[in-house]
Write a protein that binds this ligand. Structure first.
Ligand SMILES: *[C@@H]1O[C@H](CO)[C@@H](O)[C@H](O)[C@H]1NC(C)=O
Ligand SMILES: *[C@@H]1O[C@H](CO)[C@@H](O)[C@H](O)[C@H]1NC(C)=O
Ligand SMILES: *[C@@H]1O[C@H](CO)[C@@H](O)[C@H](O)[C@H]1NC(C)=O
Ligand SMILES: *[C@@H]1O[C@H](CO)[C@@H](O)[C@H](O)[C@H]1NC(C)=O
Ligand SMILES: *[C@@H]1O[C@H](CO)[C@@H](O)[C@H](O)[C@H]1NC(C)=O
Ligand SMILES: *[C@@H]1O[C@H](CO)[C@@H](O)[C@H](O)[C@H]1NC(C)=O
Ligand SMILES: *[C@@H]1O[C@H](CO)[C@@H](O)[C@H](O)[C@H]1NC(C)=O
Ligand SMILES: *[C@@H]1O[C@H](CO)[C@@H](O)[C@H](O)[C@H]1NC(C)=O
Ligand SMILES: *[C@@H]1O[C@H](CO)[C@@H](O)[C@H](O)[C@H]1NC(C)=O
Ligand SMILES: *[C@@H]1O[C@H](CO)[C@@H](O)[C@H](O)[C@H]1NC(C)=O
Ligand SMILES: *[C@@H]1O[C@H](CO)[C@@H](O)[C@H](O)[C@H]1NC(C)=O
Ligand SMILES: *[C@@H]1O[C@H](CO)[C@@H](O)[C@H](O)[C@H]1NC(C)=O
Length: 468
């Protein structure tokens, strides 16, 4: 019985907005020839006829398996001695490690030995990371040490991604791993005290991460804090109610609001609690009107928290409620057109909230999407996604578009991904992920890329991760 519900819930991702960092300029020099590359939208050439330094610009034809960027960006075709092609920007040759052009060995497993570069006939080690700068779509990055779904992923202030807990169909996990975007690798860090899945993780303003509740075969009320400076977890105050498939929202006053979820005795909770990180304690705040799990909670730009949809054990809600931190009370607002749970809700840059997919009272995945306008307190239907999906992810990219990935479709887990453009209110397909995934995580990195981790396909959980 539990296996069904554990499979289908959505993980509330702490919504960490990524900053776009401007990519550095690159230059390539050899034989006293110097070529500068600027990562800009203007076209360019990497050949210098007065020297032997030249690179073939990447073939950007649609058939190109390397899936390089458009020709307007300066990406070049580096070749190994076996003529395997790698697409990467022109890179300052002197920063690259030399490799033996007979054994073709680089000391780092994260590099590949290339000879046909503009650097010289000397083979050099091209970091895989550089090849990622030129690719579009999805590509693999390091594997986590543990396969997991119903876990959490939080982007820390130092740019690393903290993954905690989850389930692998046999065990609830206490392991914690950190992803370093600069190397594409994972390292294990301090474990949580209580193994858990379907918990929440919130990045606090002091840089620590608060995890709450979840499920280990029983519903949990415990909470733990991660300190990135020491890599140590400490127990903090217990919530008043044990709960899973709840939400946690960082309010503008610094408190964390935990709402609803399912608790001991499979009771769906109407309670909400506030965590004060200065005291490490929880206090009860106003009850929500409709007890629910598998709902969403979004902090609006006006400071109110919008809760949408969810399941109460017998019916799926279309209702939405607003929490006011200044009064500690809930008020109802307009209902969505569709009842849904295990859906997503994303605050767009225009302040509206995009809700996508989920499951309705017929227990069938939805393709519909709706927009909430906080200034008018109304919902309007927007275009349907191409694929129905539940237990998927939705991430607001730095260009304002929303990337939706994976989830469970009509009869199986999906690898497809779609982009919503708020300016045109339309969905377009983007390339498929390498793996199907549901109950996975998606995090916006500080370099603007999206890191997707883990998830499952209803029978197997995954340790793999991909970047978009
Ligand atoms: C790259 O070069 C262009 C043109 O020279 C310049 O406008 C831009 O600021 C440079 N970017 C960085 C990150 O240095
Ligand atoms: C490269 O430049 C250095 C210093 O400017 C000069 O001494 C050297 O002769 C030059 N080499 C070639 C091959 O032009
Ligand atoms: C091409 O190489 C010559 C000779 O080294 C150099 O003088 C010139 O600046 C280079 N051109 C560019 C665009 O870098
Ligand atoms: C690019 O690749 C396509 C398909 O592989 C090929 O047909 C085309 O000739 C290539 N273009 C260039 C300029 O190499
Ligand atoms: C390497 O591959 C490219 C295209 O895939 C081809 O045009 C070229 O002839 C190959 N070079 C060698 C040395 O095999
Ligand atoms: C690199 O890969 C080799 C073979 O797969 C492995 O034996 C070695 O431990 C790896 N080194 C590092 C630093 O990961
Ligand atoms: C191998 O590297 C040496 C420099 O260490 C260079 O002189 C030589 O031309 C290279 N050989 C090939 C086949 O590229
Ligand atoms: C990651 O794990 C998958 C199996 O889950 C395996 O097929 C793949 O080779 C691994 N990738 C790396 C880079 O270790
Ligand atoms: C689940 O958590 C409870 C409360 O901490 C604990 O007593 C129990 O042993 C845990 N169960 C498992 C299977 O870890
Ligand atoms: C909240 O609901 C619980 C029952 O679920 C009830 O015992 C409690 O009195 C309510 N609190 C408030 C402030 O209404
Ligand atoms: C769920 O909501 C329905 C309709 O409001 C209600 O009849 C039912 O008792 C609720 N179930 C639970 C477990 O609260
Ligand atoms: C969305 O899809 C549903 C069926 O899944 C259909 O009834 C509805 O008309 C569609 N809405 C739009 C705006 O295309």
């Amino acid at each position: 019985m539990r296996s069904i519900t554990v499979l289908l819930f959505v993980i509330a991702l702490s919504s960490v907005k990524g900053q776009t960092t401007q990519l550095p300029n690159y230059s390539c020099s050899e034989n006293n020839a110097s070529i500068q590359f600027t990562l800009s939208s203007s076209s360019h050439s990497a050949s210098n006829s007065t020297s032997s330094c030249s690179l073939q610009q990447c073939n950007t034809s649609l058939n190109n398996n390397d899936n390089c960027r458009l020709s307007s960006t300066p990406c070049f075709d580096y070749r190994t001695i076996n003529n395997i092609s790698y697409c990467a920007p022109g890179i300052l040759c002197s920063i690259l490690e030399r490799c033996d052009n007979i054994t073709q060995i680089c000391s780092s497993n994260n590099s590949v030995c290339v000879i046909n570069s503009c650097c010289s006939s000397q083979a050099v080690c091209l970091p895989f990371l550089a090849t990622q700068m030129c690719k579009t779509g999805w590509f693999s990055t390091g594997n986590m040490s543990a396969a997991r779904y119903a876990h959490t992923a939080s982007v820390l202030l130092n740019g690393l991604v903290l993954v905690t807990g989850g389930f692998d169909f046999s065990n609830y996990l206490n392991s914690v791993e950190l992803y370093d975007p600069s190397t594409g690798t994972w390292t294990t860090t301090g474990s949580i005290t209580e193994a858990r899945s379907a918990h929440t993780a919130s990045l606090l303003s002091n840089g620590k991460v608060l995890i709450t509740g979840g499920y280990n075969g029983s519903f949990l009320n415990s909470a733990e804090l991660y300190d990135p400076l020491t890599s140590i977890w400490t127990t903090t105050g217990n919530m008043i109610n044990a709960r899973y498939s709840h939400t946690a929202s960082l309010l503008s006053n610094g408190l964390v609001l935990v709402t609803s979820g399912e608790g001991a005795g499979n009771i769906v909770l109407n309670s909400a609690e506030l965590y004060d990180s200065s005291t490490g304690t929880w206090t009860i705040t106003g009850n929500i009107t409709n007890a629910r799990w598998g709902h969403t909670a979004s902090v609006l730009s006006n400071g109110l928290v919008l809760v949408t949809g969810g399941y109460n054990g017998s019916i799926v809600y279309n209702s939405a409620e607003l929490y006011d931190p200044s009064t500690g009370t809930w008020a109802s607002t307009s209902s969505m057109t569709n009842a849904r749970y295990d859906h997503t809700a994303s605050v767009l840059s225009n302040g509206k909230v995009l809700v996508t997919g989920g499951v309705d009272n017929g227990y069938i995945s939805l393709n519909s999407a709706e927009l909430y306008d906080p200034s008018a307190s109304t919902w309007t239907t927007t275009s349907n996604m191409t694929n129905p999906r539940q237990a998927h992810t939705a991430s607001v990219l730095s260009n304002g578009k929303v990337l939706v990935t994976g989830g469970y479709g009509i009869s199986s887990a999906l690898n497809s991904a779609e982009l919503y453009d708020p300016l045109t209110s339309t969905w377009t397909a983007t390339s498929n992920m390498i793996n199907v995934r549901q109950s996975h995580t998606a995090s916006i990195l500080s370099n603007g890329r999206v890191l997707v981790t883990g998830g499952d396909d209803n029978s197997v959980s995954f340790n793999s991760a991909e970047l978009y």
